[in-house]
Design a protein around this ligand. Structure first.
Ligand code: ADP
Length: 208
């Protein structure tokens, strides 16, 4: 199954991707994580990528697409994958259509004021990448999985958040139109499990 997950920053698409991976056995290809790994390598390319990410603007599509192609060629993508964070523009969707077809697109939807609210209080584990929220019950400031102290991503600060949401707003309609007929929309206003339930049913029906 070859899937695309669309959704603004803070919509919960990463969490949804992890649940799909667990149930359907296809890898989550998180573009943001792949780019952050390159950025933290300290190479010249990494430094440039880090500058784009910290501002919340898109890394140029040719760079991102090269990274994606390398990842898609790896053995674990043979039976499918979930693209999380790619494509983010019509240009990227067109590049992708030149190398693979897609079975379905899941669009995770949430009101913009709620996205902002979730993002400013989002905290990330530097060690295992798990995400928590300072507003959630039981939040201690340490990772629930590995106990490492959590940090706030540079692009989870107010100015970069606004930019990221603007970039998303500008690009989402052309993307939905590009994939029309393949798009399954789901609201993430409820809990992660409530968001996942209809998606799981939909993917089950695709597999059948
Ligand atoms: P979020 O979806 O929460 O904004 P990500 O971790 O997916 O966070 O992405 C963080 C940043 O990485 C983006 O703001 C952008 O700079 C870069 N990035 C991720 N995916 C892409 C992409 N497909 N094209 C260009 N830049 C990207």
């Amino acid at each position: 199954m070859k899937l695309i997950l669309l959704g603004a920053a803070g919509s919960g698409k990463g969490t949804l991707a992890k649940k799909i991976t667990a149930d359907f056995g296809i890898p989550q290809l998180s573009m943001g994580d792949m780019l952050r790994d390159i950025a933290s390598s300290g190479s010249e390319l990494g430094k440039k990528i880090g500058e784009y990410q910290n501002k919340g603007i898109l890394v140029p599509s040719d760079v991102v697409f090269e990274v994606l192609k390398v990842r898609l060629s790896q053995a674990d993508c043979k039976n499918g994958f979930i693209l999380d964070g790619f494509p983010r523009s019509l240009e990227q969707a067109e590049l992708l259509s030149g190398v693979t077809d897609i079975d379905a697109v899941i669009s995770v939807e949430l009101a913009f004021d709620e996205l902002e609210r979730r993002l400013v209080s989002r905290r990330t584990c530097p060690k295992c990448g798990d995400i928590d929220n300072a507003n959630y019950e039981g939040f201690t400031g340490n990772c629930r999985k590995c106990q490492t102290p959590l940090f706030q991503r540079d692009d989870d600060k107010p100015e970069a958040i606004r930019t990221r949401l603007e970039v998303y707003k500008k690009n989402i309609t052309p993307l939905i139109n590009f994939y029309s007929g393949k798009v399954f929309k789901v609201s993430s206003a409820g809990t992660p499990d409530e968001t996942y339930r209809p998606v799981k049913n939909f993917l089950g029906s695709l597999e059948a």
